[in-house]
Ligand binder design. Structure first.
Ligand code: ATR
Length: 288
């Protein structure tokens, strides 16, 4: 029998990390594919970040995920970052390749993978992104990379929407990028093909709220809320009532984890639907 000392070590670093579903996703996945590996969580304070990365190299931690508050600052301590991280400015996955720490971001890829699974093609589409934080940043950039026609960033704090919109425009000059407040006063609602909620409105303690007024959109609208708990946010309830197609954040959550696995294990095509479904079933116990 193999003991714990034979296992490859993976982990999540952040603060807080106690509520994260990443250990459940990754440990389940290692078991499903027969990898002799284990995934921990470590609560790491900002001032200890550099030290912990050195420790990971010495301990030969094979890979790790990064969450709030280290997603941006960690870039200063990595040996290399992927091309999309250079655009995004944030890392959520690190691979330790023979003592070299390489940073990636799988949030946007997980989002795109979830669209692919729903057979949604966003090329030449008009997308309304709600929010201008880390998730909105990753998702907007991934949408831009997919060749959408236009992106509107709507956010409570309009200056942040403007900053994100300027950032996307500078990297993707062919895409029409606009910004607005969550009142959407300047948005031509009938032209929007898909809304992606990347704000935390709909999550505890704002479960009864919707980030926007869902009235006035066209009938083929797709409403994607990246929140997975609750699995049906107020926004999705209202959208469903209007007859729009709705998607919640569970698939993105699983897929960004599977994208991290691909990076760590250096393997392609780990997205076997069978494994995805098994993890989804396991997560049900934690989410519903
Ligand atoms: P994440 O990494 O999940 O994107 P974040 O970077 O903290 O988290 O971003 C949170 C997003 O939710 C922001 O767009 C934030 O809007 P502000 O930029 O105005 O802060 C948005 N948000 C959070 N609480 C909100 C609320 N009560 N109403 C509207 N937007 C809210």
């Amino acid at each position: 029998m193999k003991t714990i000392k034979d296992k490859d070590i993976y982990c999540l670093i952040g603060n807080p990390v106690s509520k994260s579903l990443s250990p459940t996703i990754h440990n389940s996945y290692f078991e499903l594919i027969g990898e002799n590996s284990i995934y921990f969580t470590f609560e790491i304070k900002e001032e200890k970040l550099e030290l912990i990365l050195e420790a990971f190299k010495i301990l030969n931690v094979k890979g790790f995920n990064v969450t709030i508050p280290h997603k941006i600052t960690i870039i200063n301590y990595l040996d290399e970052v992927s091309e999309d991280v250079k655009v995004l400015g944030a890392v959520n996955t690190v691979r330790n390749l023979n003592g070299k720490l390489i940073g990636f971001n799988t949030d946007g890829k997980g989002f795109l993978k979830s669209l692919e699974m729903e057979k949604i093609d966003v090329k030449d589409k008009k997308i309304l992104v709600l929010g201008a934080g880390g998730a909105a940043n990753a998702i907007s950039v991934s949408l831009a990379m997919e060749g959408v026609k236009s992106i509107i960033i709507a956010n409570r704090t309009i200056s942040k929407a403007e900053t994100l919109s300027d950032r996307i425009s500078s990297y993707f000059p062919k895409i029409e990028v606009k910004y607005d407040s969550l009142k959407l006063e300047n948005v031509k609602k009938k032209e929007v093909d898909m809304i992606v909620n990347c704000t935390s409105v709909g999550m505890y303690p704002n479960q009864t709220e919707s980030p926007i007024d869902i009235e006035g959109f066209q009938k083929n609208l797709i409403v994607y809320d990246i929140i997975y708990k609750p699995k049906k946010t107020r926004l999705l309830q209202l959208a469903e009532f209007k007859g729009y197609k709705t998607i919640n954040g569970i698939s993105m959550l699983i897929n960004q984890g599977l994208c991290s696995q691909e990076i760590w294990l250096g393997k392609k095509d780990l997205f076997f639907l069978e494994n995805f479904e098994k993890i989804r079933r396991i997560l049900k116990n934690y989410i519903e």
